[in-house]
Design a protein around this ligand. Structure first.
Ligand code: XMP
Length: 480
């Protein structure tokens, strides 16, 4: 059988970016703005991985505030998945259009449970036709002994509330909140019906996170992962109803008939929602997904830090080559690429972007942060968080149970393609992101690029040797 010559595949450590004459004077002159998908723009090119040890609402909120985006994993029952999306969409907005409401006869006990479940600090009390009757805040409920009383007995009644009309301007709302030292400003129409809510926290947040990734209504953006089997259409519908901005297909090998069929169905059902398709590692895979309506393509087969796909299956493409190959195909269509997996530092991030990606997806680097759902562990006086591949044994067993419920799961039949591990605790996601983005800015300035598209044009890679890599790392010094 005649074969093509075997190509060489390269990854991050195999190359360096050649420094070139640069007119960039300071790191702050570099702009990291990019696109996640055809439609969604972001201030920093970072996406948190749709893994159960990485992204739920807390991480998604942190990422969006920093100017990136999080993708909430799908290993949750559909209603909990939708609730995680809701938390992000409600974390801040200019006007909360559908504030949480309670009816006057509901009990304090119910109100406490609701606030805990939804992370709400207050509830507006309305009657059956939506007329505002009062406001209950967590403080009103704090020292109540009789939890079976109706909320109407502890609420601040409508007559004592400061309200505003639905079309109040943001500056005016801010002035009213400040003047009355208020936390919440309900918006009511001429008939006294509740039409929305503005909170001082949201207004402060707008000032605190000027680069946040937001939708047209001023709500933080979030992604949600969906599979390609079982309940995926129902799951997609549930997260879209809650305002998910992007559906991210979660398949290890998306260049398959099944994945393409799922993409076509998702595209038809959700024409107005961004869809990220993947993962692929070839130009042909990229083209096929774009042809079926992908708004972005996710690249990476086996580079992830917890992946054993390449060992177990023998398949994969070293990540730098995968991004370079896919980028050529995607550039013809103006479709952004997300480089997913294997990024260990800001240098890798710069290389992935220089190869043609518009953003990077991070698992490992964010799994150790405060906002990840993983448990904190202390070993020998050091703090760690748990992290596991989504195709690791127990994660795969859980996923199978969700996708194809069976009476008794036969664990021995599962072929795992990932490991369960732990990573050092790294503090707040925002601090980790600041370091990464700082490194990226420097890397871009070494390449003479002020913006990411200029990096694509100007980057020159050099293939280095093992000796070159050794020289790149700290050497000939003793650790302190
Ligand atoms: P990092 O290197 O940032 O990579 O930890 C995160 C990405 O790894 C992928 N992933 C897996 N790949 N088996 C695999 O082959 C797994 O069990 C697994 N879990 C996650 C995924 O693309 C993620 O974004």
């Amino acid at each position: 059988m005649a074969r093509e010559p075997i190509r060489v595949g390269l990854t991050f450590d195999d190359v360096l970016l050649v420094p070139r004459r640069s007119g960039v004077t300071t790191r702050s002159a570099v702009d990291t703005a990019t696109r996640l998908t055809r439609q969604i723009e972001m201030a920093i090119p970072v996406v948190s991985a749709n893994m159960d040890a990485v992204t739920e609402s807390e991480m998604a909120i942190a990422l969006a505030r920093a100017g990136g985006i999080g993708v909430i994993h799908r290993f949750l029952p559909i209603d909990r998945h939708a609730a995680e999306v809701r938390r992000v969409k409600r974390a801040e907005s200019v006007v909360i259009e559908r504030p949480y409401t309670f009816s006057p006869g509901q009990t304090i006990r119910e109100a406490i449970a609701f606030m805990e479940e939804h992370g709400a600090a207050g509830l507006l009390v309305v009657d059956a036709d939506g007329t505002l009757l009062g406001l209950v805040t967590a403080r009103d409920l704090l020292f109540e002994d009789d939890l079976d009383q109706p909320v109407s007995s502890v609420m601040t009644p409508r007559a004592r509330l400061v309200t505003a009309p639905p079309d109040v301007g943001i500056d005016e709302a801010r002035a009213v909140l400040h003047r009355h030292r208020l936390e919440k400003l309900p918006l009511i129409d001429g008939e006294g019906k509740l039409r929305g809510l503005i909170t001082s926290r949201d207004i402060q947040s707008r000032l605190k996170y000027p680069h946040a990734t937001k939708d047209a209504k001023g709500r933080l953006r979030t992604g949600a992962a969906v599979g390609i089997r079982g309940d995926y259409m129902e799951r997609a519908a549930a997260v879209v109803v809650e305002g998910a901005d992007v559906l991210v297909m979660d398949v290890a090998h998306a260049h398959t008939e099944a994945a393409i069929e799922a993409l076509v169905r998702l595209r038809q059902a959700f024409p107005d929602v961004s869809i990220v398709a993947g993962n692929v590692a070839t130009a042909e895979g990229t083209r096929d997904l774009i042809a079926r309506g992908a708004d972005a393509v996710k690249v990476g087969v086996g580079p992830g830090s917890t992946c054993t796909t390449r060992v177990v299956t023998g398949a994969g493409v070293p990540q730098l080559t995968a991004v370079l190959d896919c980028a050529q195909a995607a550039a013809d269509h103006g479709i952004p690429l997300i480089a997913d997996g294997g990024i260990r530092n800001s240098g890798d991030m710069t290389k992935a972007l220089a190869a043609g990606a518009s953003s990077v997806m991070l698992g490992n680097l964010l799994a150790g942060t405060q906002e990840s759902p993983g448990a904190l562990i202390v070993r020998n006086g050091r703090q760690y968080k748990t992290y596991r591949g989504m195709a690791s044994l127990w994660a795969a067993a859980r996923r199978r149970a969700l996708e194809t419920p069976v009476e008794e799961e036969d664990i021995s039949q599962i072929v795992a393609e990932g490991v369960e591990a732990m990573v050092p605790y790294r503090g707040k996601a925002a601090d980790v992101l600041a370091q990464l983005v700082g490194g990226l800015r420097s890397g871009m300035s070494y390449c003479g690029a002020r913006v990411i598209p200029e990096l694509w044009e100007k980057a020159e890679f050099m293939h280095i040797t093992v000796a070159g890599l050794r020289e790149s790392l700290p050497h000939d010094v003793e650790p302190t």
